[in-house]
Design a protein around this ligand. Structure first.
Ligand code: NOJ
Length: 512
């Protein structure tokens, strides 16, 4: 089980109101208690933080904001003594505009080797003042920004699929490939156990950069016909990356792959490409049994032909938290508790986003002046972006910032009514969400009934689902409006108390 740490929001050890690696190290005991096997740490490399660290100015150094290299080495060493693996987030598709390469490209001439590390093009129209193609940025606005040439004249345009501060690299340039390989070796030699690879379906661009047929204006969304992503050349890039990772037999690679089509998704996890790829179906699926069954079947079908391990995730730092997605309030929390039992009953690798184990909801009423996601600015203040799922973790006490920081204010304010959701409050309570997570993770690790790489669907009442693992575990989800009888067997765990032996609505149970 992987636990995703969004370091800015996890725990602050130096009192500046922003989480850091020292904070993660101080909380390793908690993560061990929870039963985590491996950490995925969102980007901590040197960055001006235009996109929370996904804009990297030096891929082989740790930002001072997170405690610098010393804090990183100390965290990796401390994690090792507890038997926890550490994977870090790498960003191969783009750099920060502050990266020395991009700064050099700005002062160099069109056609120069400095510009050839990125995707610079002349504009369209008689004076070149229209972007080279019609691609929008994922964060809103055009995916191209025009530069001013060193002589002061309006010049070429550069591609940025995300913010203008995140210029896309040109992966056809061998220098770019070699530099990324150096980055992989740099961190593997420093003791990390692998990488989460950002935008792993990006990097390769289609020949000639053709216009998009349908320009979607919906931010952060794209589909399989989108020329910006999932181009055939990306697989050669993954083969190159895998060769390096294979020099370190313990290491694992996990790609962020937003590709819907099962066959095309599976291509990313062929034996010589990524080890694992995030399957986001569960994170996108509404709380109905049919939709869940469909999502599970598709996630299994996507990796089965290539023999890869399936992955499961209910949320991350880019999407609405599941409690809110499932309707919020008591029902949203009950459904999120049910879904963690479904997720942990499935064969494969499970990714838990920090705070999900506390049942945190999204915070949708953050004051506008604290919003930091570039989406907020790029949308002309019409889309609030992803800050609502990035609010810091409440650790203890009865008032914000709940032990997250010693500073009066955390970088995003924590709602005062989260006192009952704090780690301290929940660890003391057997019925809390964190206690449910702990118990479920432990059972999944210890019980032989979780064995076997498949699932078999069981008959179940309308609005419900039930499946069985070859080892004997049966998981039942009641997404209907009425209590249901449980199939025969010994009850191992339920996400809500049974009523007269029946599983209530918005609940799940494990039986053996
Ligand atoms: C995906 C990351 O998860 C997201 O947070 C980031 O904004 C984009 N990639 C761009 O790097």
């Amino acid at each position: 089980m992987f636990y995703q740490v969004y370091p800015r929001s996890f725990a602050d050890s130096d009192g500046d109101g922003i989480g850091d690696l020292g904070g993660v190290r101080e909380k390793l005991g908690y993560l061990e208690l929870l039963g985590v096997d491996a950490l995925w740490i969102c980007p901590v490399m040197r960055s001006p933080m235009a996109d929370g660290g996904y804009d990297v100015a030096d891929p082989r150094d740790i930002d001072a904001l997170f405690g610098g290299m010393a804090a990183f080495d100390a965290l990796v060493a401390a994690a090792r003594t507890r038997g926890l693996k550490v994977t870090m987030d790498l960003v191969p598709n783009h750099t920060s505009s502050e990266h020395p390469w991009f700064q050099a490209a700005l002062t160099a001439a069109p056609g120069s080797p400095e510009r050839a590390r990125y995707i610079f093009r002349d504009g369209r129209g008689p004076s070149g003042d229209e972007p080279p193609n019609n691609w929008p940025s994922i964060f809103g606005g055009p995916a191209w920004t025009r530069v001013t040439e060193p002589d002061g004249t309006p010049g070429q345009w550069y591609l940025h699929l995300f913010a203008p501060e995140q210029p896309d690299l040109n992966w056809e340039n061998p220098e770019v490939v070699a530099d990324f390989e150096q980055t992989l070796r740099f961190w593997l030699d420093r003791g990390v156990d692998g990488f989460r690879i950002d935008v792993a379906h990006g990097m390769a661009k289609p020949p000639g950069l053709p216009d998009m047929q349908t320009v979607s204006t919906k931010m952060l969304i794209h589909d399989d016909s989108d020329p910006r992503f999932n181009n055939a050349g990306v697989h050669d890039i993954h083969r190159r990356i895998r060769k390096v990772i294979d020099e370190y037999p313990h290491a694992v690679s996990i790609g962020e792959v937003w590709v819907d089509d099962n066959t095309r998704f599976g291509e990313y996890v062929r034996p010589d490409e990524l080890h694992l790829a995030f399957n986001f179906r569960l994170a996108e699926t509404p709380f109905t049994a049919d939709a869940m069954r469909h999502a599970i079947d598709n996630s299994l079908a996507a990796v089965a032909p290539v023999g890869a391990v399936p992955t499961w995730t209910l949320s991350n730092h880019d999407v609405e938290r599941e409690v809110t997605r499932y309707g919020g309030g008591a029902a949203g929390l009950a459904r999120a508790r049910a879904m963690i039992l479904v997720e942990l009953a499935l064969p494969g690798a499970v990714f838990i986003y920090n705070g999900a184990e506390l049942g945190l909801p999204n915070v949708d009423d953050l004051p506008e002046e604290v919003l930091q996601d570039p989406v907020w600015e790029r949308s002309g203040h019409t889309e609030r972006g992803r800050d609502g799922c990035r609010v810091p973790i409440p650790w203890e006490g009865d008032r914000p910032p709940f032990g997250f920081t010693t500073c009066e204010r955390s970088w995003l304010p924590i709602p005062p009514d989260w006192a009952g959701l704090s780690v301290e409050a929940q660890l003391e309570e057997l019925g809390s969400t964190v206690s449910l997570y702990r118990l479920a993770i432990e059972l999944r690790r210890l019980r032989p009934e979780f064995a076997g790489p498949r699932i078999e669907w069981y008959g179940s009442p309308a609005g419900c689902l039930a499946f069985r693992r070859p080892g004997g575990l049966v998981c039942v989800l009641n997404a209907s409006a009425a209590p249901i009888p449980l199939p025969p067997g010994e009850l191992l765990l339920a996400s809500a108390p049974l009523a007269s032996g029946h599983l209530p609505p918005d609940a799940a149970a494990w039986l053996v």
